[in-house]
Design a protein. Structure first.
Length: 77
């Protein structure tokens, strides 16, 4: 893995229960270049993803959320 790690914060419009959030994070974590995925339980609409920018882009990560039928926006890099 390269040393080109970036982080992105995505805002999720939907409210997911703990089980759905765990499933989503696990699925996103399987994506190419994804190093870690997490959220703050007190603000579950904000999800942070750390990724290798040589393997994926923030737009690809956003698309992963949309593939699950969720409405998300990139709000921070």
């Amino acid at each position: 893995m390269s040393s080109n790690l970036n982080e992105v914060v995505l805002h999720l419009e939907e409210t997911l229960d703990d089980e759905a959030m765990t499933w989503l994070e696990d699925d996103v974590r399987l994506g190419p270049g994804v190093v870690s995925v997490g959220h703050n339980p007190d603000n579950c609409h904000m999800i942070m993803v750390v990724y290798d920018s040589e393997s994926t882009r923030a737009a690809n990560l956003l698309h992963t959320f949309q593939e699950h039928g969720l409405h998300a926006q990139v709000v921070g890099l």
